[in-house]
Design a protein around this ligand. Structure first.
Ligand SMILES: Cc1ncc(COP(=O)(O)O)c(C=O)c1O
Length: 385
């Protein structure tokens, strides 16, 4: 089905196209867990990749960014009014690889401050670099889950000099305001701390919110981003760092081959097409995701009125508090044919919460909510008996 230029995948197509999201569930189970969209990628990306393969472009990636810098700078200027010097953009294979390399090669030693709940590999990135993680809480019950500046300052005062920011935030769907980010930057400046900002979800800011690129408030920060999430192309492994300081760029370029060489020339081809040629598709995507957000709110009001959905300002990953229905709603949902991401994956203790991926067709989202509602309302009535 096509609407507004977004081509929905049928179940059969999705199973072939998305082997992780659909392959990790048994036939008949609807997957609403990992962050991939049940949509066919944009045509300009498909055409660029097919043409590259046809001309035999399967060699190593070039030195430099291969045009990724110019393409990303164009996107940043058109969408966020942010002027990025193309030479500040350095390719890497994935955002999590980039975050790890930033911690290893560019950040001061010592503990890393991470707001929780967080995207689970953030914890792993801190662990594999041998750092201690200092958690600061983002309260999923708060009307506006905001950065706890007092807790962050206490962590800096105790010696931490690195902060790992997810902007916009996965899993809470928040878009930090310029004021919030400016306050963080001011604090980081006072303690000479460095902020690593994962901005992979920035192109997925939905109508109603405004994205502030973190480097526009803190030039010393390290940004890691990619077209992979918003254009549904993680297979091609093309991410990038944005480093405004030439000394950072030199340090990054000096990394030895076993640490940093495995970005893909196809990732560059796809990344250039995504940032440069896909504005129409991207606009249609945001329209579709905003409609899915509204549909999910309506479905919850009708079928699960005691569910609480956090305001979804960005991403296609809705955070739901289902404690009114079950202690472990993700397990109950899975037993009834829907795979959700359990809240405890993002922070131990958040068992009554789930993250639901709504980047699918309206019809499939209805099926997902109907199944979850049937499962949870029978669970809740058995608890009440
Ligand atoms: C916040 C965040 N960072 C990074 C990633 C993964 O990026 P990559 O596959 O490029 O490592 C994801 C994937 O969902 C994500 O949500």
């Amino acid at each position: 089905m096509t609407s507004n230029g977004i081509r929905d995948l049928t179940d059969e197509q999705a199973r072939a196209a998305l082997p992780l999201k659909w392959g990790a569930v048994e036939e008949g189970v609807l997957p609403a867990w990992v962050a991939e969209m049940d949509y066919h990628p944009a045509e300009p990306i498909e055409e660029a990749l097919v043409a590259a393969v046809r001309r035999g472009s399967l060699g190593y990636a070039p030195f430099g960014s291969g045009g990724l810098g110019e393409a990303f700078a164009g996107f940043a200027e058109r969408h966020w009014g942010w002027t990025v010097p193309p030479e500040a953009v350095l390719p890497t294979s994935g955002v999590m690889t980039g975050v790890r390399l930033a911690l290893e090669a560019l950040c001061p030693p010592g503990p890393v401050v991470v707001p929780l709940p967080c995207y689970p590999p953030f914890r792993d990135a801190v662990a594999v670099t041998g750092r201690e993680l200092v958690p600061v809480t983002l309260d999923p019950d708060a009307d506006e889950a905001t950065l706890d500046l007092d807790a962050i300052e206490a962590a800096f005062a105790a010696g931490a000099r690195t902060f790992l920011l997810c902007s916009p935030h996965n899993p809470l769907g928040r878009v930090w305001t310029r004021d919030e980010l400016t306050a963080l930057a001011e604090l980081a400046g006072r303690y000479d701390a460095r902020v690593v900002a994962d901005e992979i979800h920035a192109p997925l800011v939905l109508p109603g919110a405004t994205f502030t690129p973190y480097l526009t408030v803190d030039e010393r920060a390290i940004v890691v981003t990619s077209a992979s999430k918003s254009f549904n192309i993680p297979a091609v492994h093309g991410a990038q760092l944005v480093l405004l300081d030439p000394a950072d760029r030199e340090a990054f370029a000096r990394l030895p081959i076993p640490a940093q060489h495995d970005w893909s020339s196809l990732g560059i081809v796809a990344g250039v097409a995504a940032w440069r040629d896909c504005d129409d598709w991207h606009a249609a995507l945001l329209g579709r995701l905003a409609a899915q957000r509204d549909l999910l709110a309506d479905l919850l009001a009708e079928h699960l009125p005691r569910a609480r959905m956090r305001p979804l300002e960005a991403t296609y990953l809705a955070w739901l508090d289902l404690r009114a229905y079950a202690a472990d709603p993700a397990a109950v949902a899975l037993a009834h044919g829907v795979r959700l991401a359990p809240g405890a994956d993002y922070q131990p203790g958040l068992d009554g919460h789930v993250r639901l991926n709504l980047a699918t067709s309206p019809e499939r989202l209805r099926r997902i909510v109907h199944r979850v509602a049937t499962a949870l309302t029978s669970e809740a009535s058995s608890l009440e008996e």
